[in-house]
Write a protein that binds this ligand. Structure first.
Ligand code: SAM
Length: 281
């Protein structure tokens, strides 16, 4: 064997050695290698002595170096799974988080229990939340907004990929360009990180768009705008569901109450307060 040859098992070993700082060296290495070889993870074990072509070896090493600099896997592979849908993502959109599936679960329950049809999602990003809801075959019309043209391009790509017909995208700064329509339900996962939070510069999060993450000194600027303006866009007895930071539950409940909403807060799988919802009364 030539010393430049690289078998599948050597490629994994190489990558693990390069990704010294990653908490997920093994899985990152396997995902990247599967992406380059266009295969599933089982093949890495059943064909561990298969040689990589020179081209694949060079591509793989380049991607491993990118990951070593902190670039999230989802931006390297341009893919992230959410609600069992493979979504296209790039640097103009937030990478959908597993916690946000709770926002979807609660919204679906409300839609079913109260026969809600006209839905508005604010800050759709990759379209993850709107697509998850639309894919449940409920009788809904969804308007989904974002301030960022590039995010709307990505979300449009995703509805075409998943053949979703009942989502209409609107470029809008929160409610500014929504028009006069009123909705049964408003859903949002807005930016809610404090502007000075070191995680915005110290962690892999720094690769994600700041406009999707940071929201003023207490992280509540966008939640304040959304919660205090929602009643103008909701029908009587309409519902509002928001995702927020684990330490923002009290503030968000107070904003709901101040703006004439009932409040219920649900904890995520880590037992952290994550989603608050309420009915306009
Ligand atoms: C936390 S991300 C959520 C993305 C997506 N809904 C998800 O859960 O993966 C917040 C989104 O709000 C958008 N956004 C930020 N400021 C906005 C504004 N003023 N008006 C509308 N959208 C905004 C960002 O571009 C981003 O896509």
């Amino acid at each position: 064997m030539n010393e430049n040859d690289m078998q599948i098992k050597d490629a994994i070993e190489y990558s693990i050695n390069v990704l010294t700082l990653s908490d997920s060296k093994q899985i990152d290495s396997e995902v990247l290698l599967c992406f380059v070889l266009k295969c599933n993870r089982t093949k890495l074990y059943t064909h561990s002595k298969e040689e990589l072509s020179n081209q694949n070896k060079n591509i793989f090493k380049k991607l491993v170096k990118k990951r070593a600099k902190g670039c999230p896997i989802a931006y390297i592979t341009n893919e992230k799974e959410f609600w069992s849908h493979k979504l296209f993502v790039n640097e103009s959109t937030l990478i959908p988080r597993p916690e946000t599936e709770l926002l979807v679960e609660i919204s679906i329950k409300l839609i079913k229990n109260h026969s809600l049809n006209e839905i508005l999602e604010l800050g759709t990003g990759s379209g993850a939340v709107a697509i998850a809801i639309a894919s449940e075959n409920l009788d809904t019309n969804i308007d989904a907004t974002d301030i960022n043209d590039e995010a709307i391009n990505v979300a449009t790509k995703n509805i075409l990929k998943h053949n979703i017909k009942n989502i209409n995208f609107i470029k809008s700064n929160w409610f500014n360009s929504i028009g006069i329509k009123k909705y049964d339900l408003i859903i949002t996962n807005p930016p809610y990180i404090e502007t000075n939070d070191p995680c915005l510069t110290n962690s892999d999060i720094k690769f994600e768009p700041i406009i999707a993450l940071a929201s003023g000194i207490d992280g509540l600027d966008d939640l304040r705008k959304i919660i205090s303006n929602s009643h103008n866009k909701l029908k009587n007895n309409g519902w509002l569901v928001v995702e927020h930071g684990h330490n923002q539950g009290d503030d968000v409940r107070n904003l709901f109450i101040k703006n004439r909403f009932t409040t219920t807060t649900i904890k995520d799988c880590n037992q952290l307060e994550r989603v608050t919802y309420g009915k306009l009364i």
